[in-house]
Design a binder for this molecule. Sequence first.
Ligand code: LLP
Length: 432
Amino acid sequence: MFLYNHFNINEKGHLCMDGVDTVDIAKTFGTPLYVISRKYIEDAINEYHRIMRANFGDNYTIAYASKALSAKFIYDIIKDMSVHADVVSGGEIYTALAGGMKAENLHFHGGNKTRNEIGYALSVGIGSFVIDNFQEIAIINDLAKAKNITANVILRVKPGVDAHTHEFIQTGKEDTKFGFGIKDGKAFEALNAIISSENLNLIGIHCHIGSQLLESKPFAMAGGIMADFMAEIREKYGITLPHLIMGGGFGVKYTYSDKPESLDDMIKNMADAIKSSCAKNNFPLPHITIEPGRSVVAPSGITLYEVGTVKELPGIRNYVSVDGGMTDNPRYALYDARYECVIADRAGENRDYLATIAGKCCESGDLVTKDIYIQKPQPGDILAVFTTGAYNFSMASNYNKTPRPPLVLIENGKPVLKVRGETYEDLIRLEI
Ligand code: LLP
């Protein structure tokens, strides 16, 4: 009945998440509200461990992609589950450390890490830098030299795989701002620069081919290309790199029409391609890291809103306005994203009302989702939007001076406030 099985309906007809009544949660904490299931996150991580172990034995690492949802509570959960994290800014490093992560378990991504961020990362003892441009090779080397240390680095490569997903979240093809091309020789130029830098220690290569990928084929293609490239590096430089990082991107169900291949198949097909390339090249199987973000947290979360107004335009569309929108979830505005929703207080009734869920901002594009079936809404109803655990909280804004909502984590059968909602005072706290 629901996309994920941590949801059910109780005797009052209310939507429950991990057995907790979401209408009660909305009453207690107000709306709009992000609600996250700790259990879902833990189960998702355990599932990744099971599948990675089945394919790679102990020779793997799961590094959670912080950008999907970065807050202290997430790191507090993952740090005890043998999970590392990928970070892409000084702010994410700071938050991960505040959440209890060890710096050595962080790897630092980003297409334009500033000098300050690099200095900060070195000073806390970051695990590794993922090199994305020529400029940072020199900066990291200089700053490491000044500290008399050696920095572990990983080269980000574009395997040239055209993954099928929204154009803005494709990253592994040739025309992308991320990484170095194999075909155009840039990856070798970068390798030359890294290898001749005294204070850099090259430990592996990395790719991330895109996000919300629903099929295993692009992962398998990228796996084969990357493993072949490791053999080419050995041939050219005599170095056998120990690490291969395959990025994230494993897709989730946002709507009933999304049909992702199983995670088992996606990872197995990727693993098989890597293994067969290694066998062909007589190359030892490297340590494999994956960086899932969305698939760990998106299904764990819902957003609860209160329905404010209902505007029916006969023959055109029914606009159901809620007390949030693009400020807490910009994904419709950015990617034309779709979501399933229910009226949480009448979750068992038929969904036979075609609605477009609109936000509060003065923007026609401020929609949460378009043309989906929900129960007939009334002002005052609680609307639950599913699968909002990733790239919602982390991409929220204060447009129209809208305070960002609080976040509640359901743990041990109880909703616990983890991030308080912003107040109007918060909105001007940095203004001088
Ligand atoms: N590793 C790297 C280097 C990445 O750039 C990303 C995502 C990930 C891992 C995690 O990918 P995931 O498992 O979450 O698909 N804001 C967009 C998604 C942008 C993804 C950017 N990179 C959205 O809301 O769909």
